[in-house]
Design a protein around this ligand. Structure first.
Ligand code: ADP
Length: 457
C-alpha cells in the first residue's frame, strides 16, 4: 500500500479522497492555489502545498508544480480526482516517469478513450454497439452531410476531444449542416484545441445510462450496475439514481456485459464509467468512456456498499479487486442531487459567493459530500458544484421521500443554488413514476419554475 498520496484536486472530491486515505492509514498531501488557502481540503490533509495563483492553468493544471510538490513531500502516488488533469494522458505519463503511481488508467488508455471518435471505432470493432454514424472522424462538412443523408436526420455533430456537452450540435436539416458544422468546430478548437468532428445519429428521447466498472492489474473486470443520469441541464447531469427504472433485469445484464466488454477492449485498469444512450425500443449504444472517478460515484457506493476510491487506490497499488461479479448486489435505491451555485432562473448562470449560513442534512441513509463550511467563500475561479446530497433507502418511493426531506433540511445562505429546483423535480409526476428522458428538464423547466412562484414547496 502507498505511504503518501498527493491529491491533485480541490473541493469536495479532494475531501472525499482524504476520507478514504485516512481510513486506509495513508497520509495525504493537499495542493492549493492562493484562492484556496482557507479551503477545507487544506485543513484536512496531512500536509498542504501551495502550487500557484488562482487561475487553474497556473495551479491545478500546472503539471510541474504538482509533480514537484509530490516529490518534495515524499509521495508515492497521485490521485487526480475528476476534472483538471484527471483525463490528461501526458500527466499520467509524467507521473510514471517521475516514479509516482497515477491513480487511474495508463496514459495510453486515457489517450485512446479521450478521442471519442477513436473510442467509438474501437468499441465497434469489439462488438460493443455504438450509435450509427461515421466510422471515425469526418474530413469536413461534405462528408458529414453524406453520412447524415445515409443515417437520416436529425444527427449530432460531436467533437472528438469533446466533453461537458461542448463542441456538440444537433442538425435537423441538410441546409443547416454547414453553419452548425463551423460552429461546432470553432467551439471545439476554442475549448479543446482540436477541431476534429464525427457524426452520430440523434437518438430521440433517450435515457443516459452509465455503468460503473472496476478493473484490476490481474485482468479482473466487474461492473457495479448502472446510474440513470437522464435529468440534465445543457447536457450536464443534475440528478442521478440507481437502479434505473428503465432497465429490466435482462437489459441490465446485457448492458453490464457490454460495459465489461468495453473495459476489456480498452485494456482498462482502475475505476471507470461506460456511458450509453438507451432508446425507447430498448436498444442501447456506447457513447463514451470516462477514465476517472465520476462526480456521481456515491450513488453506486450506496447501492453496492463499496468504497470506489478505496478500490481505485488498491488497484493502483497492484492489489486485486476486493469483489467478484457474483458477489456484487444492488441493494435498495440511491439518488444524488447536485447542488450547484447557479441561478436556474437565469439560465443556470454561475453565482458563487460567501456562505453566510450553512446547515447540512443528516440522519439515516443521508450523505452530503461538500467542502463548504460556515463563512467560507465558494470561489468564482472553479466549478460551481457546492454540495452533493445523496440518499439511500430500500425502495424508490422511500428514496424520493428521504431526498425531499434532506433538501428541506439543507440551508445554504449567501447565493442561489439548484437545491430548490431539485426539490421541485421530486414532486413532478413523471419523475415520481420514473418516466423521464434526457429532455425532461427542458420540457418541464417552465412548469417547475411556475410552481416555485406559486410557493409550492
Ligand atoms: P460530453 O462528453 O460532452 O458530455 P456525451 O457524448 O457524453 O458528451 O453526451 C452528453 C449527453 O448528450 C448525453 O448524456 C446525452 O444526453 C446526449 N447525447 C449524446 N449522444 C447522443 C445521441 N447520439 N443521441 C441522443 N442524445 C445524445
Amino acid at each position: 500500500m502507498f505511504h503518501r498520496i498527493l491529491i491533485a484536486n480541490r473541493g469536495e472530491i479532494a475531501v472525499r479522497v482524504i476520507r478514504t486515505c485516512r481510513e486506509l492509514e495513508v497520509e495525504t498531501v493537499a495542493v492549493y492555489s492562493t484562492a484556496d488557502a482557507d479551503a477545507l481540503h487544506v485543513k484536512l490533509a496531512t500536509e498542504a502545498v501551495c502550487i500557484g495563483p488562482a487561475k487553474a492553468a497556473d495551479s491545478y493544471l500546472n503539471m510541474s508544480a504538482l509533480l514537484t510538490a509530490a516529490l518534495e513531500t515524499g509521495c508515492d502516488a497521485i490521485h487526480p480526482g475528476y476534472g483538471f488533469l484527471s483525463e490528461n494522458p501526458e500527466f499520467a505519463d509524467l507521473c510514471r516517469q517521475c516514479g509516482l503511481k497515477f491513480i487511474g488508467p495508463s496514459g495510453d488508455v486515457i489517450r485512446q478513450m479521450g478521442n471519442k471518435a477513436a473510442a467509438r471505432a474501437l468499441m465497434r470493432s469489439h462488438g460493443v454497439p455504438v450509435v450509427p454514424g461515421s466510422e471515425g472522424p469526418v474530413s469536413g462538412p461534405e462528408e458529414a452531410a453524406e453520412i447524415a443523408e445515409k443515417i437520416g436526420y436529425p444527427v449530432l455533430l460531436k467533437a472528438s476531444s469533446g466533453g461537458g456537452g461542448r463542441g456538440m450540435r444537433r442538425v435537423d436539416a441538410p441546409e443547416d449542416l454547414p453553419g452548425l458544422y463551423a460552429a461546432a468546430q470553432a467551439e471545439a478548437v476554442a475549448c479543446f484545441g482540436d477541431g476534429e468532428l464525427y457524426v452520430e445519429k440523434l437518438i430521440l428521447h433517450p435515457r443516459h445510462i452509465e455503468f460503473q466498472i472496476l478493473a484490476d492489474s490481474q485482468g479482473n473486470v466487474v461492473h457495479l450496475g448502472e446510474r440513470d443520469c437522464s435529468i440534465q441541464r445543457k447536457n450536464q447531469k443534475l440528478i442521478e439514481e440507481s437502479p434505473s427504472r428503465a432497465l429490466s433485469d435482462d437489459l441490465r445484464r446485457a448492458m453490464g456485459e457490454a460495459a465489461v466488454k468495453a473495459a476489456k477492449a480498452a485494456g482498462y485498469q482502475s475505476a471507470g464509467t461506460v456511458e450509453f444512450v438507451l432508446a425507447h425500443d430498448g436498444s442501447f449504444y456506447f457513447i463514451e468512456m470516462n477514465t476517472r472517478i465520476q462526480v456521481e460515484h456515491p450513488v453506486t457506493e450506496f447501492v453496492t456498499g463499496l468504497d470506489l476510491i478505496r478500490e481505485q487506490i488498491r488497484i493502483a497499488a497492484g492489489l486485486p479487486l476486493s469483489v467478484r461479479q457474483e458477489d456484487i448486489r444492488q441493494d435498495g435505491c440511491a439518488m444524488e442531487c447536485r447542488i450547484n451555485a447557479e441561478d436556474p432562473r437565469e439560465g443556470f448562470r454561475p453565482a458563487p459567493g460567501r456562505v453566510d449560513f450553512l446547515h447540512l442534512p443528516g440522519g439515516p441513509g443521508v450523505r452530503v459530500d461538500t467542502a463548504l463550511f460556515n463563512g467560507c467563500e465558494l470561489s468564482p475561479w472553479y466549478d460551481s458544484l457546492a454540495a452533493k446530497v445523496v440518499v439511500h433507502a430500500p425502495t424508490r418511493l422511500e428514496t424520493l421521500r428521504k431526498m425531499r426531506r434532506a433538501l428541506e433540511e439543507l440551508i445554504i445562505e449567501g447565493f442561489p443554488t439548484t437545491a430548490d429546483l431539485c426539490h421541485l423535480i421530486l414532486y413532478q409526476p413523471d419523475f415520481i413514476k420514473g418516466r423521464y428522458d434526457t429532455g425532461f428538464l427542458e420540457q418541464h423547466m417552465e412548469e417547475l419554475l411556475q410552481w416555485d412562484c406559486e410557493g409550492m414547496k
